[in-house]
Structure formats: C-alpha cells, structure tokens
Design a protein around this ligand. Structure first.
Ligand SMILES: O=C(CO)[C@@H](O)[C@H](O)COP(=O)(O)O
Ligand SMILES: [Fe+2]
Length: 225
C-alpha cells in the first residue's frame, strides 16, 4: 500500500490576474497538498506560460509546497534557479536533460527534491537506471503544453510499470501523474499506482475548489494499490 494520495492543483488555468486569491482558494482544511506550477518556454512545448519571477511570487504567497514542472529545453542550465527560488520539488523532463544524475544532485545540494518527467512517448526504460537519484517520477498523461486535455488511457501500463519498479527496488519515489486528471479518471490512475495527482481544470473549473480536491482525494484513496 502506498502513502496517502496527494492532490496538487495546477495553476495553469487559474485566473492569473488574481493569482494570490486563486492560490488561497485551494488552501485550507482538506485542501491542496501542494501547488503545481507549469513553466513553459515555447520551445520544449508549443506554449509559453511564465518563468522565475512568477514562480518566486507563488513561493512567497503560500506556505504550501511548490512543485515546479519545467517544460523547458536545457533543464540542466535552468532548473537549479527554481530550487534556489524555494520550490519544494523541481521536475525536469528526461527529454530536456543530458545529465539527469548530476542535475538531481545539484537540486539536492540547493535544498529541493528532484523530479524527472516523461512525455507520453518516452518509455519508462529511459529513466529506469536513474530513478534512485530522484524523489519523484512524473508520468505525463497528456501531451505537455496545455491544460484541459483528455487523459491518455494508454499511459496506465506505464504507471503500473513504475509502481512495480518501485516495489522491486524498494525505491522512495513518488509517482505523479499530470494531465486530464478528474473524478472520471483518477480512480484508474490510483489503481495503476500513482500517488501524486496534478489536477488543473478539475479544480480550477469547479465552483468549489476545496470540494473538488476533497472528492479527488477520496476517490484516489479508495483505489490506491
Ligand atoms: O503540465 C501540464 C500541461 O502541460 C498540466 O500541469 C496541466 O496544467 C494540467 O491541467 P489539466 O489537464 O488537469 O486541466
Ligand atoms: Fe504540469
């Protein structure tokens, strides 16, 4: 049995003109376990979001752990600054780092947890040998770049494979999924072995964000392996 599920709302589709209020909306008893901040450079993905100054502002306006998901090229160069900015976890894409073990060590040196992310087309095998250096594996369940897409069901075997690997090797590794997570999909992802769930539109599209988080958490908890 894995630990309790963690729900990390993505602020990508929040109202950015009121970001502090939007973050306050997910805080409170039974609220978010962390804030997921999507950084996009319009090169690694065909979309541009925000960079370090906004992430620093987010770190400054909440006591929740900040989870930076870097969808940027040359993560080896840029990721350490997000650790220095105070992010709790900094996740680089496997496709955007040439030295993942060195990057993880640098993030640790700067006081952050290290995450490694996989696009849907990248197999688990691409990172299997380095997972012991990371605290979190992020399995994308949509093509990175945009919120509001549909969950890619064919990622479930990849999640199952990751959970198997964690068990076989006795790794201390969170398995995060990101993209299309909703009340309709979270149960299958939890059954497959995910334990950290990023949810953007399912939380920020709801009138009552705290209720949406509570529902997701309860569904995941009832189906975690
Ligand atoms: O990294 C990404 C998209 O690239 C995500 O974090 C999305 O922002 C999640 O949004 P929903 O799919 O939950 O609406
Ligand atoms: Fe993300």
């Amino acid at each position: 049995m894995t630990a309790a599920p963690a729900i990390h709302p993505s602020i990508l589709n929040a109202d950015v003109s009121r970001l502090a209020d939007e973050i306050a909306r997910i805080c409170g008893p039974g609220g978010a376990d962390g804030v997921h901040v999507d950084v996009m450079d319009n090169h690694f993905v065909p979309n541009l979001s925000w960079g370090l100054p906004v992430v620093e502002a987010v770190v400054g306006c909440t006591g929740l752990p900040i989870d930076a998901h870097l969808m940027i090229e040359d993560a080896d160069r840029w990721a350490p600054a997000y650790a220095e900015a105070g992010c709790t976890t900094v996740t680089a894409h496997a496709e955007a780092t040439t030295a993942p073990v060195r990057l993880a060590a640098e993030l640790h040196r700067l006081g952050a947890r290290a995450g490694i992310a996989l696009r849907p087309a990248t197999p688990l095998a691409a990172v299997a040998d380095v997972l012991g250096d990371f605290e979190m594996l992020l399995i994308m369940t949509v093509e990175p770049g945009f919120g509001g897409q549909s969950f890619i069901e064919s990622m479930l075997p990849k999640i199952q494979g990751a959970r198997r690997l964690v068990g076989q090797r006795g790794l201390e590794l969170s398995i995060q999924i990101d993209g299309g997570v909703s009340a309709a999909t979270i149960e299958r992802a939890a059954e497959a072995g995910a334990d950290v769930f990023v949810a953007g539109s399912a939380v920020y599209g709801a009138d009552d964000a705290l209720a949406a988080i509570g529902e997701l958490r309860a569904l995941a908890a009832a189906h975690m392996c």
